[in-house]
Design a binder for this molecule. Structure first.
Ligand SMILES: [Zn+2]
Length: 472
């Protein structure tokens, strides 16, 4: 599963920032036409109910889309456009999107229009075992695999995603009323709504959601309210799988005293790159598993790989808390989203999957810190300060949390996590971490002394290793 982990890390190059505040989400209406055999997607959208953005803005649209027009609908005039080359999703990583803005706004450099019309068309490679694979597949890909299209919202920006360039807040969560048509599909799915057996259907939601879509020729099952799209399991396995999922959800609910709202939808699909490519990602309530055979969801029943597969799924379920209940921002967004979620998956691994697998893993991870010269949490002002972002958020932070748990005890640790999740905060920055930690700890524990050691000390790695390896 090493390869899975490596690719899985690669696809999370960007931070996903969720915003559940209904009032601040724009509304998307219009039509989208898809052909899964041709690899085409044509969009005719209106973005309205714009949030107030005081400074510079951009509208991200996937870089494979050819613009026919942008239109100011209040005056019915076509809008000339420019591209902001400094946008992080446009310039770094996989460069999935381009960040458009309209020169007419230049004198004030802010969005003046309340409704914008968008028309554009894209054509993408259709990659399957017969036509040959693409080089890579990743979260932000507009992926046509021969029998379906799969694409997320945040990273692919297949629909217009408004971004506040100053605060870096992006508005991929939209209220929507869209008609999806696909002549060569049998099933249409838009994130959070029931899948429809049709070639054309209207999907409407007043709850803002990221528009992840999965449309194509596949079957689906509903097991006690949990949807499995394109399942690679028989009926008995499906029931067994849902039992496992429910036990993880119940465990987290019981420990955090915060209920899991709504059911999860699992999407099982084939990568557009070779069959060794595999990764998982989540856009609540959808959890997508891109991988087949030993990397498919049914691999949870595999004797050799099953426990690792379960741990990956536990991680995605954990994102309900660190990601959805607590949306994060600032440079600490990946630390909180990924680091704390991985800690939750450690807890599930230890308690419900395999204690011996947990013990082996945690020792190996603690040992791997040995040569990691990094900065403690309190000194992180930019990604560069982490001295290796992926290692920092996926190994250093979760192992650090295990060490802190050893120091303060399990009950106090859950109490801290719960305090974070319930705290009303504008910024999820370092001050937020320290404040919630000190607030959640009872007086008999010396919070500031523990914070000094694990959050502020240059020797944090040494303290973490000592604490874990002494008694994992
Ligand atoms: Zn994650």
């Amino acid at each position: 599963m090493k390869k899975v982990l490596a690719i899985w890390i690669l696809v999370f190059l960007t931070t996903f920032i969720l915003n559940a505040q209904e009032n601040h989400s724009p509304t998307l209406t219009g039509n989208v036409q898809i052909s899964i055999t041709q690899g085409t997607i044509s969009c005719d959208f209106v973005l309205a109910d714009m949030p107030k953005i005081a400074g510079k803005y951009a509208v991200r649209i996937n870089s494979g889309m050819n613009i026919r027009h942008f239109k100011d609908l209040s005056t019915n005039t076509l809008l000339d456009f420019e591209i902001n080359k400094n946008d992080t999703l446009s310039s770094g990583g996989a460069r999935e999107s381009l960040a458009y803005y309209f020169p007419i706004d230049l004198n004030q450099n802010k969005l003046l229009k309340s409704q914008i019309g968008f028309r554009y068309t894209g054509m993408y490679p259709v990659a399957d075992s017969l036509s040959g694979y693409t080089v890579q597949d990743w979260r932000g890909n507009v992926a046509f695999n021969g029998y379906s299209i799969r694409t997320d919202g945040t990273q692919s920006s297949w629909y217009p995603v408004l971004v506040d360039m100053e605060t870096k807040k992006s508005y991929e969560e939209v209220k929507f009323d869209i008609t999806v048509s696909c002549e060569d599909c049998s099933t249409l799915y838009v994130n959070g709504l029931p899948p429809v057996k049709a070639r054309s259907a209207t999907f409407k939601s007043n709850i803002p959601r990221q528009l992840t879509i999965f449309c194509g020729n596949y079957e689906f099952a509903n097991v006690d309210g949990t949807l499995l799209l394109n399942p690679d399991m028989d009926g008995k396995q499906q029931e067994k799988f849902i039992k496992i999922i429910n036990s993880y959800k119940q465990y987290l609910e019981k420990k955090l005293f915060i209920p899991y709202k709504g059911n999860v939808t699992f999407i099982q699909t084939t990568p557009t790159a070779s069959k060794d490519h595999a990764f998982l990602f989540v856009t609540y309530p959808s959890i997508l598993n891109v991988g087949v055979g030993k990397y498919g969801l049914a691999s949870t029943f595999d004797h050799k790989h099953g426990d690792n597969s379960k741990a990956f799924i536990a991680h995605e379920l954990g994102h309900y808390y660190f990601g959805t209940v607590l949306p994060s921002n600032t440079v600490f967004a990946p630390i909180i989203n990924e680091g704390f979620t991985e800690f939750l998956s450690f807890k599930i691994k230890k308690s419900l999957i395999s204690d011996s697998l947990y013990q082996t893993d945690i020792k190996a991870k603690a040992n791997s810190l040995r040569s990691f010269k990094t900065n403690p949490l309190s000194k992180i002002k930019s990604e560069a300060d982490m001295k290796g972002r992926e290692f920092y958020v996926r190994i250093y932070v979760p192992v650090l949390l295990c060490a802190i748990e050893k120091e303060i005890g399990e009950k106090a640790m859950w109490n801290w996590l719960r305090t974070m999740l319930l705290e009303k905060t504008e910024l999820t920055d370092y001050a937020f971490l320290e404040r919630t930690f000190c607030k959640s700890l009872s007086k008999d524990k010396n919070a500031s002394q523990i914070a000094d050691k694990f959050f502020k000390s240059e020797d944090s790695v040494k303290y973490i290793m000592e604490t874990i390896l002494k008694n994992p």
